[in-house]
Design a protein around this ligand. Structure first.
Ligand code: MN
Length: 198
């Protein structure tokens, strides 16, 4: 069996399409340089190992050290970059099952956003804040350091904000809170609802 070779995902929008929330320049570095490096590193690290025939999720659940870090960052960024759509689109408010679950588990969309932003702002150092679902469909927000993903806790990852400085420094410098608040303008809730239902 040939080994799996991981590749850089294509973006489902033009590189300038998320401006002014995420600039073309940030996309060029974040997707074109940072994510590409994780892909290149993982392909080198898994060659000839037990991991070279595993999916990203399997690697993230089984590996440690450099293989975990690079696989985790690819999985995280693949979910991150495919959850956005341009601000002019009509999909930035949750609808359907995900809206019902947000209201049930957080009280309201505004209460959910406030808790999510607060968990993003208070995550010390580099990492990711996630909306995830357990096996019963209950929603929860988790803070994951570095390359962490809630899949390692048996949860389904639905939505994420990257709080590594490389995600926002060009556009927002040190203002992480302002960046997180702005991201709601480009979250594609049709995609998040699809992840929740599948
Ligand atoms: Mn990143």
């Amino acid at each position: 069996m040939l080994p799996l070779i991981f590749t850089l995902i294509s973006l489902p929008y033009a590189p300038e399409a998320l401006e002014p929330v995420i600039s073309r320049e940030t996309i060029a570095f974040h997707h074109g340089k940072h994510l590409q490096t994780y892909v290149d590193n993982l392909n080198k690290l898994i060659a000839g190992t037990e991991f070279e025939h595993m999916s990203l999720e399997q690697i993230v659940c089984k590996a440690q050290g450099g293989i975990f870090n690079n696989a985790g960052q690819i999985l995280n960024h693949n979910l991150y970059f495919t959850q956005f759509s341009p601000a002019k689109d009509d999909n930035h408010t949750p609808k359907g099952a995900i809206m019902d679950a947000i209201n049930r588990d957080f009280g309201s969309f505004d209460a959910f956003k406030a808790e999510f932003e607060q968990k993003g702002v208070t995550l010390f150092g580099s990492g990711w804040v996630w909306l995830a679902a357990d096996n019963d469909g209950k929603l929860l927000i988790t803070q994951e350091p570095n390359a962490g993903n809630p899949v390692t806790k048996g949860l389904k990852p639905l939505l994420t904000m990257d709080v590594w400085e490389h995600a926002y420094y060009i556009d927002f410098q040190n203002r992480r809170a302002a960046h997180l608040q702005a991201l709601w303008q480009i979250i594609n809730w049709d995609e998040i609802n699809h992840r929740y239902n599948n």
